[in-house]
Design a protein around this ligand. Structure first.
Ligand code: COA
Length: 161
């Protein structure tokens, strides 16, 4: 397993991973499979271009046998680093892939002088919350309503980079 930054050539595989992710964990993200499919591949390639070219963000991918098996987006939020789009494909879960991605995020953050990693996770996503706690994240106490799944709340978690 190797962790690296995404390349523009990863576009087709990233699109496959995104559709898989939205089907596998429909409540975990601020997007839905229907919306992603309606926007289409062209719009997603535009997003990928942003991830690989914009200086304030990058997308780390986990690669096994040249297949992308997970990703984590990191964004400069001016003062802290925001983590988004955490996903690991089911076949390699429970093997520490998330740790590899978070370690890469922490290095990226420290290199830029930002000492804090912050994320939001759906309150009922217990497996993800446990995985983040195992990596040293703790709840800040802040909770926000999910933008369109209104009964659901998102929990904010933080850890030092
Ligand atoms: C949450 C997620 C990113 C964790 O990634 P991961 O690389 O599997 O993380 P870990 O290796 O630390 O495993 C986390 C836990 O998954 C569970 N797990 C183990 N094997 C598993 C498997 N085959 N399938 C599902 N879960 C498994 C275990 O409870 C494990 O905890 P443990 O090590 O204490 O036993 C991944 O499960 C995932 O992508 N889930 C769906 C999307 C999601 O919820 N993303 C978070 C958005 S905020």
């Amino acid at each position: 397993m190797r962790i690296r930054q995404a390349h523009i050539d990863d576009g087709p595989q990233l699109w496959g991973l995104r559709l898989e992710m939205l089907a596998d964990a429909p409540l975990a993200y601020l997007d839905t499979l229907d919306r992603a499919v309606a926007r289409g591949l062209g719009e997603y390639h535009h997003r990928v271009r942003g991830w690989v070219t914009e200086p304030d963000r990058t997308l780390f991918v986990a690669v096994r046998d040249s297949a992308l098996v997970g990703h984590l987006g990191v964004v400069d939020e001016r003062g802290y680093t925001g983590l988004v789009m955490a996903y690991v494909t089911p076949a390699v879960r429970g093997q520490g892939v998330l740790k590899g991605l978070v370690d890469a995020a922490a290095e990226w953050s420290k290199d830029a002088g930002r000492r804090e990693l912050l994320l939001e996770v759906m309150e009922r996503n217990h497996r993800a919350i446990r995985a983040y706690e195992k990596l040293g994240f703790t709840a800040t106490g802040n909770r926000h309503p999910h933008p369109y799944l209104t009964p659901f709340m998102e929990l904010e978690m933080v850890r030092p980079a």
